[in-house]
Design a protein around this ligand. Structure first.
Ligand SMILES: NC(=O)c1ccc[n+]([C@@H]2O[C@H](COP(=O)([O-])OP(=O)(O)OC[C@H]3O[C@@H](n4cnc5c(N)ncnc54)[C@H](OP(=O)(O)O)[C@@H]3O)[C@@H](O)[C@H]2O)c1
Length: 268
């Protein structure tokens, strides 16, 4: 089994590793994490994985996954370059850090995959977008794909150019959906609902609508929206406001643009 070294087991790193454990890769996993979550540490141990082994005791890895915050990445990646002799594929999930910068930390000939997962990965329902540099072999791409795919769906990009837009759509997107729950609940309270009931209704509506999208993968969201909108009805009245010229689409476009700009600035 390919030896996997995970550096950083916070929210995202631990979510990925849980996926690998579920696939039976436990004994092949080594994790470096200064403050491991106790439940994760137990799950890793039970699966036969190793926590914080000394560098000399780490089996030559086939994959090194870097899952620390972008601010920590340079130091951690320069340290991880020590594993380059084993010719692993390095996988980074740090927002805004380009393949060229990763290469400058890990070595010009390092095989590197840059990926952008999102929060639902923590329950195996994420979507990850990945791009590889020219040094990544077919086998390394399959291994990186299997590791990233353990947390949900995976899409490959031919090059990394659109990844800032990916960050702005699927990376940050879960927060937009949570805000929608908050806003819908607040509007419900304003319309006369008890706060608890408003929050339950808003939450269940988003959860149920998401489940419906998941259950009907061939149905366009637009078709589902049209189906639920009777002419002259209540939904149409509300959508008239949301879809007005400066409505939700304009606001969303502005929000995504701001996130793209921030991703670019962070990557400088
Ligand atoms: N969360 C998301 O929704 C999301 C989505 C897409 C991409 N990402 C990317 O995923 C990366 C990780 O994010 P996260 O939310 O999982 O962050 P996080 O929860 O803070 O996890 C990072 C972990 O790495 C540990 N760490 C720090 N320095 C280390 C070192 N030298 N060696 C080993 N481990 C070290 C941290 O420990 P300490 O707490 O002790 O510092 C922490 O537990 C980020 O680059 C982020 O851009 C996150």
């Amino acid at each position: 089994m390919s030896a996997i070294l995970l550096i950083g087991a916070g929210r995202m790193g631990a979510a990925l590793a849980r996926g690998w454990i579920a696939e039976g890769r436990g004994p092949a996993i080594a994790v470096i994490e200064p403050q491991p979550d106790p439940a994760f540490a137990r799950a890793l141990k039970k699966a036969g994985g190793r926590l914080n082994p000394k560098p000399a005791a780490v089996a030559p890895p086939s994959a090194v996954v870097l899952a620390v915050k972008p601010q920590m990445l340079e130091g951690v990646a320069r340290e991880a370059a020590r594993y380059a002799a084993a010719k692993p594929v390095f996988v980074s999930i740090a927002a805004g850090v380009s393949l060229a910068r990763l290469q400058s930390f890990l070595g010009e000939r390092a095989a590197i995959v840059r990926a952008m997962p999102n929060l639902p990965a923590s329950i195996g329902a994420g979507v990850t977008v990945a791009a590889a540099n020219g040094a990544v072999t077919g086998a390394q791409r399959r291994l990186a794909g299997a590791l990233l795919g353990a947390a949900g769906d995976l899409e490959w990009l031919a090059d990394e150019t659109p990844i800032d837009a990916v960050t702005a759509v699927s990376g940050s997107g879960p927060a937009y959906v949570f805000l929608l729950v908050e806003a819908l609940a607040a509007a419900g309270i304003e319309a006369g609902l008890a706060p608890d009931l408003a929050m339950r209704l808003a939450r269940r509506t988003i959860v149920g609508s998401g489940a419906l999208l998941a259950a009907l993968p061939d149905q366009q969201a637009e078709k589902l929206r049209r189906d639920v909108t009777s002419p002259g009805g209540t939904t149409e009245a509300a959508l008239g406001v949301l879809m007005a010229e400066k409505g939700l689409a304009a606001l969303m476009a502005k929000a995504v643009k701001a996130a793209v700009k921030r991703a670019r600035d962070l990557g400088k």
